[in-house]
Design a protein around this ligand. Structure first.
Ligand code: SF4
Length: 129
């Protein structure tokens, strides 16, 4: 059985970064899923989730309390940016931005997955003078 996702009691990424994506992902466009009324146009080609384009970002679709219990109100309709953002260690891949978002909200870093390649001093090439 898979371990539960750490995102269920985190939500830091949804309250740290500007969540932008190609505007064609909104339901204003044929085939788009993201509810357009929850987005903001930020350039001719980009939209972002409302609430994330400000100095203290928090996506309007994020429900709950960061670091305690959260859910995305439009989970099935979320943008590619949301879908592509993995937690640190998901599938054995490091994500320093996940750790950065957690730190911004005073949350402890997620443990390093043993599958994440570690840079050890022995692996750092020595450049001869
Ligand atoms: S749409 Fe959902 S997953 Fe994406 S930033 Fe907002 S709350 Fe997070």
């Amino acid at each position: 059985m898979n371990a539960p996702s750490p995102c269920l009691n985190c939500g830091a990424c949804c309250a740290t970064f500007r969540v932008s994506f190609y505007w064609g992902e909104t339901d204003a466009c044929e085939g788009g899923l993201v509810p357009g009324h929850l987005t903001e146009q930020i350039s001719p080609h980009l939209s972002c989730m409302q609430g994330t384009n400000q100095p203290v970002p928090r996506c309007t679709a994020l429900m709950g309390t960061v670091g305690e219990g959260v859910r995305c109100n439009i989970y099935e309709q979320r943008s590619s940016s949301c879908r592509d953002f993995a937690w640190h260690g998901e599938n054995g891949v490091a994500n320093p931005d996940c750790q950065r978002a957690r730190a911004r909200h005073g949350l402890a870093p997620l443990p390093d997955d043993p599958l994440i390649p570690q840079v050890t001093p022995e692996l750092i090439p020595i450049i001869a003078a």
